[in-house]
Ligand binder design. Structure first.
Ligand code: PLP
Length: 384
């Protein structure tokens, strides 16, 4: 077993070797520009995009022509939020989202607010889940878009997308989900969930970094303003030469994830149960953040009250994990997600996020649990 052990699969996942194999030809001999329609170099690159569109759509119960390639989920989220408000905001000036969304959703929403649109940021309950009655009250005939993430990147909880879709549709609002942490991990169905838009990121499901996609339901109602002005790529919504190697990699990663989803979820669940059991049997007073059942089982976020987060991190140098003081990606402070579920600043700072994934082994999980238990004991145990 190599150390440090990689347990930060929410930040990014390693590239699956099968994905790399699919990508290689497009980095070497098949180097054409997919936009070149006059020769075979262009055709073969364009064919790679077509295949990947089918592969991504297949995991979502969508149609290939509803998939737009982007540089990642950040770009897809920005495209939807700004693009919807730009087109539909004159008729329906409000936007509804949630306090625990990824920074890129919240920042794009705040940008819209600065432009003069109405913004409602809903709180979550202590289990990390949205209160549907509150959502129902917040969504009105004035709401253009409801944006609620599928799986939370910090605490792993799964929002009830089907119920949320129903509430959004009852008022005629468009519905978007940031599915960066959900795609390829839990079943997603754009029809059953009544989704108009859905964002994904290649590097969160064992594909390459720098590529993602936006699902955009076909039809006039989902018209967006173009994200970049330029050529006609991606239906004129996202001008600029696509990256065939990255897109082909993401397509292959999507197909693998779709095929292996159930089996992988079972394996990751077993790892999580094993880890939590060891931790609970050997420490007292840990707090698990987010609902323990309605979650992606590859994510566990734990607070160690009374233990200084920086000291804890310093004691587990053999584990590549993320800390509650750094998750928020801001320079200082603590996680706004943990704050939203009612953790104190100190509790948040004493928190760790561990992510188990496709390549995590039993041995690594046991090692991680033992390292953590030892560190907690060395630091005098949990205080409150
Ligand atoms: C990683 C992540 C993003 C950003 O994705 P990029 O492709 O890295 O831009 C957005 N939302 C969530 C929930 C994520 O986990």
């Amino acid at each position: 077993m190599k150390t440090p052990v990689y347990l930060d699969n929410q930040a990014t996942t390693p590239l699956d070797e099968r994905v790399l194999e699919t990508m290689m030809p497009y980095l070497t001999s098949k180097f054409g520009n997919p936009h070149s329609s006059t020769h075979s170099f262009g055709w073969e690159a364009d064919a790679a995009l077509d295949i990947a569109r089918e592969q991504v759509a297949g995991v979502l119960n969508a149609k290939a022509e509803e998939i737009i390639f982007t540089s990642g989920a950040t770009e897809a989220n920005n495209m939807v939020i700004k693009g919807v408000m730009d087109i539909w905001g004159k008729k329906r000036p409000n936007l509804v989202t949630v306090a625990t969304e990824h920074k890129c959703v919240l920042e794009a929403a705040l940008y819209c607010e600065r432009l003069g649109f109405g913004l409602t940021i809903l709180p979550v309950a202590p289990d990390g889940l949205l209160d549907l009655a509150e959502l129902e009250e917040a969504v009105t005939e004035e709401t253009a878009l409801v944006s609620v993430m599928a799986v939370n990147n910090e605490i792993g909880v799964i929002q009830p997308l089907e119920d949320i879709g129903q509430i959004a549709k009852a008022k005629g609002a468009l519905f978007h989900t940031d599915a960066a942490q959900a795609f390829g991990k839990i079943p997603l169905d754009v029809d059953a969930m009544q989704l108009d838009f859905l964002s994904i990121s290649g590097h969160k499901f064992y594909g390459p970094k720098g590529v993602g996609a936006l699902y955009k339901r076909a039809g006039r109602k989902t018209t967006l303003s173009p994200h970049t002005s330029g050529g006609s790529q991606e239906n004129g919504l996202r001008a600029g030469t696509q990256a065939p190697a990255l897109v082909a990699g993401m397509g292959a990663a999507a197909e693998i994830a779709g095929n292996e989803m159930a089996q992988e979820a079972g394996r990751v669940s077993a790892l999580m149960n094993r880890f939590v059991k060891m931790l609970e049997e050997n420490t007292q007073g840990i707090l698990i953040n987010g609902d323990i059942e309605k979650r992606w089982m590859g994510n566990i976020n734990v607070s160690f009250p009374g233990i200084d987060g920086d000291l804890l991190m310093a004691n587990i140098r053999n584990l590549a994990v993320s800390s509650g003081s750094a998750c928020a990606s801001s320079t200082v402070g603590h996680s706004y997600v943990l704050e939203a579920i009612g953790r104190t600043a100190d509790e948040a700072k004493s928190s760790l996020r561990l992510g188990f994934g496709r390549f995590t082994t039993d041995e690594e999980v046991d090692f991680a649990a033992n390292e953590l238990i030892t560190a907690v004991k060395n630091l005098g145990g949990i205080k409150s």
